[in-house]
Design a protein around this ligand. Sequence first.
Ligand code: HEC
Length: 207
Amino acid sequence: MGGPNLLRSEAALTDLHGEQIIPIIQGARMAQGMPNIGLNNEDAGAVAAYIRSVIGSIGSQGRPPGEEQVLDIIVGDASRGQAYFAKHCASCHSVSSDLKGLATKYPDARQLQARWLAGGSAHAQPSSLPTVEITLPSGEKVAGGLVRIDDFLVTVKLSDGSERTIARRGAIPHVVVHDPLQAHRDMLPHYVDSDIHDVTAYLVTLK
Ligand code: HEC
């Protein structure tokens, strides 16, 4: 839609700590067609830091960052990562069974890190997709895979492959969602950077 190349943008190239980029993300260039993305200062600052990190790895002559500049993200302490794993992950995982050979499965450390943070893509294993059980006022129960849910509607995929959409009004009908990856989502806000570095440094040893 005509947005400028950020690898050549004066604002992006001269940004030191978000002072150029944050206002733009927050709507300073709306007249020029850049929407207000609606991020708070902290999130906009993180995006600015990311843009600076890409610019910081630009190849010579303004080429986009190339393979040869790949950053080494294995900067953590594997033994601290192992201790963290024992405390926070071992209730669901074992490095000698389900996560055996994980680093062989994901040889790229960044992919491996993204994978353990998210708990994997929701489409990887049918067993990790969310399910839902709905109890209608009549007492009838409808259960299956959760297709989507909001305050007004819930759509469930039934065992015969068909979908059924049911209206919601407050607590009626009674809806219980079971998401196997909920634990992964719940943990996300609790990691500090060193936890992430340490766990990744440990998991890359699981060859
Ligand atoms: C409450 C249970 C639970 C906890 C705690 C948990 N996980 Fe998971 N994790 C899951 C489930 C469920 C999946 C999806 C499994 C699947 O799709 O086969 C998953 C997927 C993963 C995957 C993807 C595996 C693959 O082969 O792609 C990795 C890696 C992972 N978890 C690492 C971790 C780490 C590291 C921790 C601790 C920081 C952790 N998990 C804590 C339940 C949990």
